[in-house]
Design a protein around this ligand. Structure first.
Ligand SMILES: [Zn+2]
Length: 143
Protein backbone atom coordinates (compact mmCIF):
# COMPACT_ATOMS: atom_id res chain seq x y z
CA UNK A 1 0.00 0.00 0.00
CA UNK A 2 1.43 3.30 -1.07
CA UNK A 3 1.37 6.19 1.34
CA UNK A 4 -0.87 9.08 0.42
CA UNK A 5 2.18 11.18 -0.33
CA UNK A 6 3.41 8.61 -2.81
CA UNK A 7 -0.02 8.29 -4.43
CA UNK A 8 -0.31 12.02 -4.78
CA UNK A 9 3.17 12.25 -6.20
CA UNK A 10 2.28 9.57 -8.77
CA UNK A 11 -0.83 11.43 -9.84
CA UNK A 12 1.04 14.70 -10.10
CA UNK A 13 3.74 13.06 -12.14
CA UNK A 14 1.23 11.43 -14.46
CA UNK A 15 -0.82 14.58 -14.86
CA UNK A 16 2.09 16.24 -16.51
CA UNK A 17 1.62 14.17 -19.63
CA UNK A 18 -1.80 12.50 -19.24
CA UNK A 19 -0.22 9.05 -18.88
CA UNK A 20 -1.70 8.28 -15.47
CA UNK A 21 -5.32 8.22 -14.41
CA UNK A 22 -6.54 10.37 -11.57
CA UNK A 23 -8.71 13.23 -10.40
CA UNK A 24 -7.48 16.76 -10.51
CA UNK A 25 -8.80 20.31 -10.35
CA UNK A 26 -7.68 23.22 -12.45
CA UNK A 27 -8.31 26.75 -11.26
CA UNK A 28 -7.75 30.16 -12.77
CA UNK A 29 -9.27 33.56 -13.52
CA UNK A 30 -12.46 32.18 -15.11
CA UNK A 31 -13.15 29.60 -12.40
CA UNK A 32 -12.33 26.03 -11.62
CA UNK A 33 -13.13 22.60 -12.95
CA UNK A 34 -12.50 19.10 -11.63
CA UNK A 35 -11.57 16.40 -14.13
CA UNK A 36 -11.25 12.65 -13.89
CA UNK A 37 -9.10 10.59 -16.21
CA UNK A 38 -9.98 6.89 -16.18
CA UNK A 39 -9.81 3.72 -18.26
CA UNK A 40 -12.94 1.75 -19.22
CA UNK A 41 -12.59 -1.62 -17.48
CA UNK A 42 -15.86 -3.28 -18.55
CA UNK A 43 -14.82 -5.89 -21.12
CA UNK A 44 -18.32 -5.98 -22.61
CA UNK A 45 -18.22 -2.30 -23.40
CA UNK A 46 -17.37 -1.11 -26.92
CA UNK A 47 -15.12 1.37 -25.15
CA UNK A 48 -13.12 -1.27 -23.26
CA UNK A 49 -9.57 -0.12 -22.72
CA UNK A 50 -10.25 3.44 -23.87
CA UNK A 51 -9.24 6.27 -21.61
CA UNK A 52 -11.93 8.82 -20.93
CA UNK A 53 -11.71 12.35 -19.65
CA UNK A 54 -14.74 13.35 -17.57
CA UNK A 55 -15.64 16.43 -15.61
CA UNK A 56 -17.40 16.82 -12.30
CA UNK A 57 -21.02 17.92 -12.75
CA UNK A 58 -22.59 17.21 -9.34
CA UNK A 59 -21.99 17.32 -5.59
CA UNK A 60 -20.42 13.84 -5.27
CA UNK A 61 -16.76 14.18 -6.20
CA UNK A 62 -16.32 10.41 -6.33
CA UNK A 63 -19.19 9.67 -8.71
CA UNK A 64 -20.79 12.66 -10.47
CA UNK A 65 -18.62 12.73 -13.57
CA UNK A 66 -19.68 13.08 -17.19
CA UNK A 67 -17.45 11.94 -20.06
CA UNK A 68 -16.35 14.55 -22.58
CA UNK A 69 -13.36 13.19 -24.47
CA UNK A 70 -11.07 10.30 -25.27
CA UNK A 71 -7.48 10.62 -24.16
CA UNK A 72 -4.55 9.00 -25.92
CA UNK A 73 -1.32 10.16 -24.37
CA UNK A 74 0.68 8.63 -27.23
CA UNK A 75 -1.03 10.90 -29.76
CA UNK A 76 1.20 13.93 -29.54
CA UNK A 77 -0.86 16.07 -31.90
CA UNK A 78 -4.27 15.44 -30.33
CA UNK A 79 -3.97 13.69 -26.96
CA UNK A 80 -7.46 14.92 -25.96
CA UNK A 81 -10.23 14.23 -28.47
CA UNK A 82 -13.41 16.02 -27.44
CA UNK A 83 -16.56 14.09 -28.35
CA UNK A 84 -18.53 15.58 -31.24
CA UNK A 85 -21.52 16.66 -29.20
CA UNK A 86 -19.29 18.87 -27.06
CA UNK A 87 -17.25 20.35 -29.92
CA UNK A 88 -18.98 23.72 -29.76
CA UNK A 89 -19.26 24.09 -26.01
CA UNK A 90 -17.12 25.82 -23.43
CA UNK A 91 -15.68 22.45 -22.40
CA UNK A 92 -13.33 22.76 -25.39
CA UNK A 93 -11.76 25.85 -23.83
CA UNK A 94 -11.38 24.04 -20.52
CA UNK A 95 -9.78 21.05 -22.23
CA UNK A 96 -7.32 23.35 -23.99
CA UNK A 97 -6.38 24.96 -20.68
CA UNK A 98 -5.96 21.52 -19.13
CA UNK A 99 -3.75 20.40 -22.00
CA UNK A 100 -1.57 23.47 -21.70
CA UNK A 101 -1.24 22.91 -17.95
CA UNK A 102 -0.19 19.27 -18.30
CA UNK A 103 1.77 19.33 -21.55
CA UNK A 104 2.89 22.92 -21.92
CA UNK A 105 4.79 25.32 -19.75
CA UNK A 106 1.78 26.22 -17.64
CA UNK A 107 -0.38 29.35 -17.81
CA UNK A 108 0.07 32.39 -15.55
CA UNK A 109 -2.50 32.45 -12.71
CA UNK A 110 -3.66 28.91 -13.40
CA UNK A 111 -2.99 25.93 -11.15
CA UNK A 112 -3.59 22.21 -11.39
CA UNK A 113 -3.90 20.13 -8.27
CA UNK A 114 -4.29 16.39 -7.80
CA UNK A 115 -7.09 15.26 -5.54
CA UNK A 116 -6.08 14.09 -2.07
CA UNK A 117 -8.00 12.68 0.86
CA UNK A 118 -9.12 14.24 4.12
CA UNK A 119 -6.75 13.54 7.01
CA UNK A 120 -9.69 12.89 9.34
CA UNK A 121 -12.31 10.96 7.35
CA UNK A 122 -10.40 9.90 4.24
CA UNK A 123 -13.04 11.36 1.89
CA UNK A 124 -11.78 12.62 -1.45
CA UNK A 125 -10.78 16.29 -1.55
CA UNK A 126 -11.08 18.11 -4.87
CA UNK A 127 -11.49 21.81 -4.10
CA UNK A 128 -8.21 23.77 -4.03
CA UNK A 129 -8.97 25.11 -0.50
CA UNK A 130 -9.51 21.62 0.90
CA UNK A 131 -6.51 20.15 -0.93
CA UNK A 132 -4.30 22.90 0.49
CA UNK A 133 -5.74 22.46 3.99
CA UNK A 134 -5.62 18.66 3.84
CA UNK A 135 -9.05 18.50 5.41
CA UNK A 136 -12.60 18.81 4.13
CA UNK A 137 -15.18 21.46 5.12
CA UNK A 138 -17.27 19.08 7.21
CA UNK A 139 -14.31 17.92 9.31
CA UNK A 140 -13.17 21.50 9.62
CA UNK A 141 -16.56 22.36 11.06
CA UNK A 142 -17.36 24.79 8.28
CA UNK A 143 -20.24 22.91 6.68
ZN1 LIG B 1 -13.07 14.79 6.40
Amino acid sequence: MLSLEQQTADVKEGMRDLRSNGIFTIEGPIGRKTFRLSTVKNEKSDLYGKRILSHLIGPDNTDDYKGIAFVDSTDQAHPIRIWKRFKFTEIVDWANILLELVNGDGIPNWTIQAATTCVRCNRLLTTPESIRAGIGPICQGMA
